[in-house]
Write a protein that binds this ligand. Sequence first.
Ligand SMILES: [Zn+2]
Length: 287
Amino acid sequence: MPELPEVESLARFITTQAGGQEVARAELASFAALKTFDPPLEALRGQVLQGAGRRGKFLTLRFADELWLVLHLARGGWLRWRDELATTRVKPSPKSPLALRLGFTGGGGFEVTEAGTEKRLALYVVRSPDDVAGVVRLGPDPFEVDVASLGERLIAAGASPLKAVLADQTVLAGVGNAYSDEVLHSARLSPFKPASKLSDDELARVHGALRSVLEDALQRSLGLPAAGLKAEKREGLRVHGRAGLPCPVCGDTGREVSYATKAFQYCPTCQTGGKVLADRRLSRLLR
Ligand SMILES: [Zn+2]
């Protein structure tokens, strides 16, 4: 799933490619993906793209006439720019990964796709991003939150594990499964540490790691075309998705805890005092 650095880079990429251009066509291929009906998608036609931005993991495209297209790419969603967009009309099909084709008068345009069977991609045509419930519920941006208010938000999360709290969009906007693993690794904290039980030093480490990890990922991905972002993200990860591989900081072997549909990774030496956490799925099977 694209998280803050990738969505920010996609936003800048879209602005570079299509900013100032007029929408020639907006064709929906997945009816389920469009969550709004008024204004209609058709209202985008003839609109000039002012620029693209980000609210958490939501991508926001601003058009003249106070019209916005807001996208949540979810787990399998992505966006591709084509210099020459296919001219055939989109045929809606539940089997096709294509969800939306947005063409500009210059002939280029975007194709929004969603891979896999879990269809969660969401598109909204709205008068303001604040018309989207998921946007309104977002917590502060990690680049804008100060140590004190981050601390308050973590205390409010109670005994929930840090791993879950950092990826909770109502606590912080834009951090997901991958970067929460990376932030915890950088802050040298266990994913299971209760969010409300951090010392001042631990809180400062989480706050610093949020900025450094996200800023670093952002710097690496800026200026890349949409097609290069996923590989760049994988390349820069130190612990996420690296179970069985050596930790680049200490050389210990990365470990994994998996749930029904999710897994997270950590380094025992860096994060848990060398302790290997029980894999709950595994221990349930063994019981
Ligand atoms: Zn390590």
